[in-house]
Ligand binder design. Structure first.
Ligand SMILES: Cc1cc2nc3c(=O)[nH]c(=O)nc-3n(C[C@H](O)[C@H](O)[C@H](O)COP(=O)(O)OP(=O)(O)OC[C@H]3O[C@@H](n4cnc5c(N)ncnc54)[C@H](O)[C@@H]3O)c2cc1C
Ligand code: SF4
Length: 371
């Protein structure tokens, strides 16, 4: 396909570029969309690589099709990187942001980390795609011992083990015989102030449970949940196969404590179906940590002067019918910077943000031309 020849009639002048901040799945999709619509785009990523959290945290396979996460992200990178309208700036961040006289923005970029190597860009519109970070289970008010007991891990730690086909107890290097997942760690929790559901962790835990059963068929896998929230097709794509095909055992219960005992972990809580206390020994415990706004999302919101909600995610200005406009005209947001979202949501909002950013640039260009 001739990518460079797709400049449309009425396209923005070459000076009117869109700046996309964040090179994860959402930012890659937004940059690709902007370029496909014939508008120059600068993609700013503060890490040394593109691909976002799925690459940084070594995800194994993606829901719902169990596609290799690195390969899927590489596909997105490979179509964006060579595009003639795409300018990629790695190890860079936006350190200043000013409105230009007559509209548009001056965006100042500096090297991530030391702030050296400053340059400026003129932008007609900006898309923020700075994503999320995993909830730190050390902040959990309940007693799970993430930093105390090596065999207590988080979803992303197990992803990395699955990717290496090396699911072992960190304490002794032996394959586990019994693993359990604890759902809603850092989500739906009023005490810590994260009352929201993180949306992806029920599906991701179930997907990882299937992968554990595939890689270690002898290992028993349990999921302790408050209620399972699979959303849409994940119910039949992941949840039912996990139970029926892979014999993952789902137990409705609240886990309050994890303690070491006789070389194993004792998981304590309440079986809420039976209404009685429970204590079960496990070799490994996986904490299904939720999503919080990344540091980059918080900093970018401040630098660009965007309204954030009380959790720190960027506030969409006019939901539910416009989910990508922010409180600042000309600045759009997408992906997990707007709140917990899976890849499908992130990609969809990135496409919408790209379209809105290009329309904004073109509207400005036609006003300027007419004036
Ligand atoms: C353990 C786990 C497993 C998951 N597995 C799946 C799955 O199988 N299927 C699925 O649909 N979803 C999954 N998700 C959700 C998925 O990871 C997100 O939907 C997706 O990563 C969101 O993409 P994003 O681009 O918005 O954010 P991110 O992936 O977080 O990317 C943000 C990017 O922005 C960069 N950045 C941040 N701040 C700045 C800044 N100031 N300047 C420049 N760059 C910046 C970051 O370095 C990063 O590259 C999973 C989530 C978790 C917690
Ligand atoms: S997706 Fe599941 S584990 Fe995650 S916060 Fe929602 S209910 Fe809890």
């Amino acid at each position: 396909m001739q990518q460079g020849g797709e400049m449309q009639q009425g396209a923005a002048s070459p000076g009117e570029r869109v700046v996309v901040i964040g090179g994860g799945p959402a930012g890659l999709e937004a940059a690709w969309g902007v370029a496909r619509l014939g508008c120059p785009v600068t993609l700013v990523e503060w890490a040394a690589f593109l691909g976002g959290t799925p690459v940084a945290e070594n995800y194994a396979a993606l829901t719902p099709n169990f596609e290799d996460a690195e390969a899927a992200m590489q596909r997105m990178i490979d179509r964006v990187s060579p595009h003639p309208l795409v300018d990629i700036r790695l190890r860079s961040q936006v350190t200043a942001f000013d409105e230009r006289e007559g509209g548009g923005f001056t965006v100042t970029l500096s090297s991530a980390g030391d702030g050296s190597g400053t340059s400026t860009l003129d932008a007609g519109a900006v898309v923020v795609a700075t994503g999320f970070q995993h909830f730190d289970p050390g902040r959990e008010t309940q007693m799970y011992g993430y930093y105390e007991y090596p065999d207590v891990v988080a979803l992303q730690d197990l992803e990395a083990m699955l990717k290496d086909h090396n699911v072992v107890r960190p304490s002794n290097g032996e394959p586990p015989e019994r693993i359990c997942f604890v759902q809603c760690v850092g989500s739906r929790d009023r005490q810590i102030g994260n009352e929201y559901c993180s949306k992806v962790c029920c599906g991701v835990a179930s997907k990882e449970a299937i992968e554990v059963r595939q890689q270690l068929p002898g290992c028993k896998v349990f999921i302790f949940y408050i209620d399972m929230r699979m959303y849409g097709y994940w119910e039949s794509q992941i949840y039912w196969p996990a139970q029926e095909q892979y014999h993952v055992q789902y137990i409705k219960g609240i886990i309050t404590e994890v303690l070491p005992k006789d070389g194993k972990l004792l998981v304590r809580g309440e079986d809420t179906t039976m209404g009685r206390p429970m204590e079960v020994p496990m070799d490994m415990v996986v904490l299904s940590v939720g999503m919080e706004p990344s540091l980059g999302t918080r900093l970018t919101a401040q630098t660009l002067g965007l309204r954030q909600n009380k959790y720190g995610f960027i506030d969409a200005a006019y939901p539910p019918l416009d989910t990508v406009s922010t409180s600042r005209p000309g600045v759009f947001a997408c992906g997990a910077a707007l709140g917990p979202s899976d890849l499908e949501d992130s990609i969809s909002s990135a496409g919408a943000a790209a379209m809105r950013a290009v329309v904004h640039v073109r509207d400005r260009s036609s006003v300027t031309a007419a004036g």
